[in-house]
Design a protein around this ligand. Structure first.
Ligand code: 5AD
Ligand code: SF4
Length: 468
């Protein structure tokens, strides 16, 4: 959160007699979105965000449980926070510490047992109760709030605050769907985020309009299984994500739409057609396959084969030839042989990814994968991951290098690292470093790409005047 938060200096906050909260976000984009909504809810309760724990009255860790390393990071951070709180108490003040997100949901009271410095634990389905939970914690109670709420948290969270949205820039996330019913055998999400739930068309459209009214030009729809989103449209019929995208595309001032993360089984015809028909739907698709071996895909309960995925990619590319594909891969799932791994490498070569995320399998307690025999040895996982990442990096570099010399449209997002620069995004999600004379933040401009660096594209720069 520290990059995008509406930051108030300590002096200004003291003058306004407000409390300060530092929110630290781990994990996926949905957590980024949730952190913003929590900050907004706390804002209505008198808290302003601060960029560091050092001057905060409250620290809120929004946690991720997807892999073991992600969860362990939270406990290391809590160790550091204990020191900070001890120093505070020695100086006669205090610090409230809360844990939210998926570790909170999965571990509940265990967190307070393991890290007694924690004052409250709140799961992702109960964020609308945050102000009340914080109030109880401030009164000295240890609070654990992880029940799946019967009420819809979105109905109870305060509406998006225009000033806050504006301060966060011209791109925004909007959660349209949460939870997952797929039960891939490696994954904790169905346990931490619960069953698949879609927000209503009306709620989504209202929030999207509010974002655009606050200056947002690009919205990324979020869901653990975003393309499983479905809801009743104003006409009473059942809508899928393709139809929703058409509706959102008509909002005046909204220039770009994206969505993430998708499951191959939910890429229906209407959604594929939306990629053909909607100019504002950006040509980028994150479509995780995880593995390229049918045997492993079956053991993962992905419920499709590698060839079905290849055919799906062909249909998507027929609809939108310039689409950039991104994926997630897991190496070393239990039982994965060298031959299975080679199948994954082959699939990657066949598809060609513009970007990808790859992980060593991490057994998660409570998931079926953790109980399987035949766990793959760590050094084998390491070696496979290295080869897989080398191939994916090569593909990423090839995709980016191919853009050199082309003129592409860029949404200008923020100042660059160096004076005189602005950084924007290409349609395919790469950061593009531009000269500030090309336009202002929020503009969509055409720029010529000069070259690619490791992770970004460099547009032609203004000629530098030679020194007199
Ligand atoms: N081990 C390794 N990677 C995992 N992912 C999810 N669960 C695990 C696990 N237990 C990866 C998947 C998923 C991404 C968000 O994280 O690739 O798509
Ligand atoms: Fe996890 Fe599979 Fe659901 Fe994705 S589809 S959230 S990997 S269970």
């Amino acid at each position: 959160m520290s990059e995008t938060a509406d930051i108030v200096t300590p002096d200004a906050a003291a003058e306004m007699n407000t409390r300060r909260v530092f929110v630290k976000t781990y994990g996926c984009q949905m957590n980024v979105y949730d952190s913003q909504r929590m900050a907004d809810a706390l804002g209505a309760d008198g808290y302003v965000e601060t960029a560091t724990p050092d001057d905060a009255d409250m620290v809120l860790l929004n946690t991720c449980h997807i892999r073991e390393k992600a969860a362990e990071k939270v406990y290391s951070e809590l160790g550091r926070l204990r020191n900070l709180r001890d120093r505070r108490r020695a100086a006669g003040s205090d610090l409230i510490i809360g844990v939210a997100g998926c570790v909170a949901q999965a571990e509940g009271e265990e967190i307070i047992r393991r890290a007694p410095v924690v004052d409250f634990v709140i799961g992702p389905q109960t964020y609308h109760r945050l102000p009340q939970v914080v109030g109880r914690a401030r009164d000295g109670e240890k609070v654990v709030e992880t029940d799946y709420a019967v009420e819809d948290k979105f109905e109870h969270l305060p509406a998006r605050d225009e000033r806050q949205v504006r301060s966060r820039g011209v791109t925004a996330f909007l959660t349209v769907q949460e939870g997952c019913d797929k039960f891939c055998t490696f994954c904790v999400v169905p346990y931490t985020r619960g069953a698949e739930v879609s927000r209503s068309v009306a709620q989504i459209v209202t929030e999207a309009r509010a974002l655009v009214a606050a200056g947002v030009r690009e919205i990324t729809l979020l869901g653990q299984n975003v393309n499983a989103w479905h809801g009743e449209g104003p006409d009473g019929s059942e809508w899928g994500l393709g139809r929703l995208l058409h509706k959102l595309a008509r909002i005046d001032g909204l220039a770009r739409l994206r969505y993430t993360t998708s499951h191959p089984r939910d890429m229906d015809d209407a959604l594929i057609a939306a990629h053909r028909d909607l100019d504002c739907l950006m040509p980028y698709l994150h479509l995780p396959v995880q593995a390229g071996s049918d045997r492993i895909l079956k053991a993962m309960n992905r419920r499709h084969t590698a060839d079905e995925y290849r055919k799906l990619i062909d249909r998507i590319r027929d609809a939108r030839p310039d689409i950039a594909l991104s994926g997630d891969f897991i190496v070393g799932f239990p039982g994965e042989t060298d031959a299975d791994f080679e199948d994954t490498m082959r699939l990657i070569r066949d598809v060609g990814y513009a970007q990808a995320f790859s992980f060593k399998y991490s057994p998660r307690p409570g998931t079926p994968g953790a109980d399987l025999g035949d766990q793959v040895a760590e050094p084998v996982k390491d070696a496979r991951l290295q080869r897989l990442q080398a191939l994916l990096l090569e593909q990423q570099a090839a995709f980016m290098t191919a853009l050199a010399g082309r003129t592409i449209s860029v949404l200008l997002e923020k100042p660059g690292r160096e004076q005189g620069q602005l950084v924007g995004r290409s349609p395919w999600l790469q950061p593009v470093v531009c000269d500030e004379t090309v336009g202002k933040i929020g503009d969509i401009v055409d720029v010529r790409i000069n070259r690619a660096s490791a992770n970004s594209l460099i547009a032609d720069q203004r000629e530098v005047e030679p020194p007199a």
